[in-house]
Design a protein around this ligand. Structure first.
Ligand SMILES: [Fe+2]
Length: 479
């Protein structure tokens, strides 16, 4: 009997130890760093411009990679394996373009066939020389959680390395704190201004947190990123829409994760014809999606002074009809560096959904607009919060705020926290009993344009209608 008990206990111990080892191997590490560790780490990547970026692929079975290598390097590839020693790897060839510095190439590869809830390792290289394996995990796309941030906006301060390191360290600490409180993150949504001047050094600092070697980040082009054409060299966006006038600073793109369609717009591009057609194409290719999420940089239903400047008045008229026509559930923005959310908006008006007060809405009509704070502590603080009529909630604070967004088929929960303490500052829950959308296959650019003009003209739209009638009458007289 003693021997049997001993055997059972030993077996139980072995099983426990084995599970611990497996979990330990599969868990992402604590990415926290002290300042002295950070400075030492900065010395490893500064000057090289070779940090790899991960971007969500076209759907949850894909992962996109982009990295710089030497100008004369050949045969860029990514290898993916389920084993830390990279045995039984699958290799994916990269395509390349020349970097703007003319000393490097930009390599982009897509890993396909990824399974959910699986631990993978990747190495990347050229000329048969490979990086050390790095782990990343795929989680379930059926119910998943993402981070929402914006305006990481690392600044190279004209070569002041100390300041640049500090700013990147703020972003590093905020990301590490958020990950320590949320280990089940599938990817990051960053609503633009990843950089301050769009410079290579600034992309280097923004991509510097080690967590970003394992966690993909979907971005959009902010007005600061738009200062150069480097954006495309540091991301590998899926389903990029080039349209009639491809922008050198970045284009609209979409991806699908589970039941959610994510659409990212470059709001710096003023070609509304392309934005409309992009949205229509994305929606038509994902008619079975249960959620539609838009992301762009400019906060035209935002939290501060930017929201009502001329640029945003135009963008409001440009993008609200797109959100209205294609029934976006939520639009994610940044730009103001102050966290907040709007009421549900439709056709330029507040929609009176029930549940605003307690942060729980069911089957809401319209689109809700979120504005993120700045992710590297560069938050704007006014004496008083703005009291725009569209603002349902805002908070002025020096500390950065991040949001988690948890999707399943019928619910979306958005929770927001101070980055330094993980103290919760906001909660908003959306429930849908009907996840279908209206058929928009027959909607034309003309329909959209009319709505955009109506939004822009407001109460004066009757003048446009009068002119349309007069012109129509004259045309019918002569044609
Ligand atoms: Fe901005």
């Amino acid at each position: 009997m003693k021997k049997a008990i001993c055997f059972m206990l030993t077996l139980a111990l072995l099983i426990c130890s084995f599970s611990f080892l497996v979990n330990a191997d599969n868990d992402l590490p604590d990415y926290s760093m002290e300042w002295h560790e950070w400075v030492q780490y900065c010395g490893e990547f500064e000057g090289s411009n070779t940090l790899i970026s991960l971007t969500p692929g076209a759907d949850e079975t894909q992962m996109n990679f982009a990295w710089h290598s030497d100008f004369f390097s050949k045969k860029p590839v990514i290898r993916i394996s389920k084993n830390a020693d990279m045995s039984d790897y699958t290799e994916f060839s990269a395509r390349f373009t020349f970097a703007e510095n003319l000393k490097q190439k930009v390599n982009k590869a897509t890993a396909t066939g990824l399974e959910a809830n699986t631990c993978y390792y990747y190495t990347y290289g050229t000329d048969h020389t490979f990086s050390e394996p790095v782990m990343f995990k795929t989680l379930s796309p059926e119910s998943f959680k993402v981070f929402f941030v914006s305006d990481i906006q690392c600044n190279s301060f004209e070569g002041d390395t100390e300041k640049a390191r500090q700013m990147a360290y703020n972003w590093q600490c905020n990301l590490a704190n958020a990950l320590n409180a949320n280990e089940d993150i599938s990817f990051i949504l960053s609503a633009g201004d990843q950089t301050h001047h769009g410079l290579a050094d600034e992309w280097m600092y923004t991509l510097s947190p080690k967590a970003l070697r394992s966690l993909p980040m979907a971005t959009t082009v902010g007005n600061h990123d738009n200062k150069t054409t480097l954006y495309n060299h540091y991301v590998n966006n899926p389903n990029t829409y080039l349209g009639t006038t491809p922008s050198l600073t970045g284009n609209d793109y979409w991806f699908r994760y589970g039941d959610v369609l994510f659409m990212s717009f470059n709001a710096n591009n003023e070609n509304i014809y392309d934005h409309f057609n992009f949205a229509k194409e994305a929606v038509m290719q994902n008619t079975d999606a249960k959620w539609r999420v838009g992301m762009l940089h400019h906060d035209f239903y935002g939290t501060g002074g930017h929201a009502d400047n001329n640029e945003n008045i135009w963008l409001r008229a440009e993008f609200c009809p797109i959100a209205d026509i294609f029934e976006f559930d939520i639009m994610l923005t940044g730009h103001e560096h102050i966290y907040g959310r709007s009421y549900y908006m439709y056709n330029g008006e507040i929609v009176e959904n029930e549940g605003y007060e307690n942060g729980n809405v069911t089957d809401p009509q319209g689109t809700i607009y979120f504005t993120a704070s700045a992710a590297s502590d560069n938050c704007r603080v006014y004496d008083e919060p703005y009291d725009f009529e569209w603002l349902a909630f805002t908070i002025l604070n020096q500390e950065s705020i991040y949001s988690t967004m948890e999707f399943d088929s019928y619910t979306l929960s958005i929770n927001s926290y101070f980055c330094d303490t993980n103290e919760q500052v906001d909660e908003f829950n959306i429930e849908k009993s009907d996840t279908s959308f209206a058929d928009t296959s027959e909607v034309t650019f003309g329909d959209y344009f009319n709505e955009a003009v109506e939004q822009l003209c407001g109460d004066y739209f009757f003048i446009v209608e009068l002119l349309q009638t007069i012109i129509g009458t004259i045309m019918s007289m002569f044609c």
